[in-house]
Write a protein that binds this ligand. Structure first.
Ligand SMILES: [Zn+2]
Length: 446
């Protein structure tokens, strides 16, 4: 018997044994902008997320999970379809295209199987229904899923599901750790330096005072820019009002000269404080949810669409290809499956095929690969030859076992040794033969 046939046989046997279980619900939690390297579960020195840490210990935890896109829009389109950004092509806020019909969202697939489908998220430009990747969702709650002000609405929906016959899938998204990292919470005091006298406010009460100032209001009128933009411009470039929010390799480069290491640390402190705040909201939700009967047969996936950089080679925010942005948390809590740590490289596009295997559904053309064989120890070697992540201006990164290659059209590429230089500090492009990566990069461009 060939190895492939044998693997298929084992897989189908495991499908059968799994499918006898009660019909499973699915919750996908996306903590927008949560970098793996700011979590204890991934080696961070601070206790930013005690609840996520304990959740990870009860889950299948993927130590090396990478997003296929460095910013919100393409990342969610990939998460919901299992299809790479160069194929679904939902990559720009300014293009009017929608998700091609040939690619089915996880909501459409499960709706066909008689699932209730729901999404809890605050709609924004980069997470909008107009791009088509929410196709198949029946119930929308357009508030941040973990905003404490709207927790009753969330509870009401799950309470209702507890009495329904139908299974469900729920997408729960939060922006609580995303810029502008404002906070009035106790968590702020825990991580911040009280003696900080720099330019980054970070306290939402002070920020509101700032917005009320006359000159700020005048500027808002003059520039005809929306509040969000001034929010970001203020936060990142108080002394540089002309700088514009934009993606790309050079983002924030104009800003970096205004920051010193104390400011960088201030940004990290604020970000960490917001992670801790979010973590408390997660704990509150699960304290409620775990008491419901449905919790016993619900698969919970906790992940992020991308991470965040704090002055990595002069870059802040996300939408770049460094590890701080691409390395994301991925935890799968699956009823009746024991916790486990998996170290093989996996990617965001693998989530949909994994859900489909867990639910014994054969469907969809996807780019990703089911993680089920890794979860069940059917496979122990790497399942990907390489992982590709896309970013703006046609830049992309390719990871293989040994190297990380970053491709910038018309700019200098970068290569890092993943084993010896996991922090990506020493660009060795001139020392290694990058032809293989270049060929691959050019084939993948969209
Ligand atoms: Zn995002």
């Amino acid at each position: 018997m060939s190895k492939i046939v044998f693997t298929i046989l084992i897989l189908s046997l495991s499908f059968q044994s799994y499918s006898h279980a009660k019909k499973q619900n699915v919750i996908i939690i996306v903590i927008d902008t949560l970098a793996a390297n700011h979590l204890q579960s991934y080696g961070y020195y601070r206790k930013t997320a005690p609840y996520i840490n304990s959740f990870g210990k009860k889950s299948i935890l993927f130590k090396n999970a990478y997003t296929n896109a460095s910013y919100t829009l393409p990342s969610h389109a990939t998460l919901f379809t299992g299809v790479f950004p160069n194929l679904h092509n939902i990559t720009s806020l300014f293009k009017k295209n929608t998700l091609p019909k040939k690619y089915k969202t996880i909501f459409e697939i499960l709706k066909k199987k008689d699932y209730q489908t729901s999404a809890f998220f605050r709609e924004k430009k980069e997470l909008s229904r107009k791009f088509g990747f929410f196709r198949g969702v029946d119930y929308f709650s357009l508030y941040d899923a973990f905003d404490p002000a709207h927790s009753q609405r969330v509870k009401k929906w799950f309470n209702k599901q507890n009495h329904e016959q139908k299974s469900f899938i729920a997408f729960m998204h939060t922006n609580l750790v995303h810029t502008p990292y404002l906070s009035t919470n106790k968590e702020l005091q825990l991580f911040t330096n009280k003696n900080y006298k720099g330019q980054i406010i970070g306290d939402s009460e002070k920020f509101i005072e700032y917005l009320k100032k006359k000159e700020v209001q005048k500027k808002r009128k003059q520039d005809k820019i929306n509040e969000k933009l001034i929010y970001k411009n203020h936060f990142f470039s108080k002394n540089n009002p002309k700088s514009k929010y934009m993606h790309g390799k050079n983002i924030w480069k104009s800003m970096v000269k205004y920051y010193n290491p104390t400011d960088d640390q201030r940004l990290k402190n604020l970000y960490d404080a917001n992670i801790l705040f979010l973590d408390k909201q997660l704990e509150k939700f699960f304290t409620f949810f775990n008491k419901l009967e449905i919790s016993k047969n619900t698969i919970i996936i906790l992940t992020s669409d991308h991470g965040e950089t704090f002055n990595k080679n002069g870059l802040y925010y996300h939408a770049n290809l460094y590890k701080d942005v691409l390395h994301i948390p991925l935890m799968l809590k699956i009823p009746n499956l024991k916790p486990k740590i998996i170290k093989q490289d996996v990617q965001l596009a693998d989530i949909v095929p994994t859900i489909l295997t867990l639910l014994s559904i054969k469907d969809s053309k996807v780019s990703g690969v089911s993680l089920y064989p890794l979860i069940k120890n059917i496979k122990t070697e790497n399942i990907h030859q390489h992982i590709i992540s896309y970013s703006v201006n046609h830049s992309l990164s390719i990871l293989n076992q040994k190297y990380k290659f970053i491709y910038y059209p018309q700019q200098l590429n970068e290569t890092y040794n993943r084993i010896k230089d996991s922090k990506e500090e020493k660009n060795i492009t001139n020392k290694v033969n990058t032809n293989y990566f270049l060929q691959l990069a050019k084939k993948q461009l969209y």
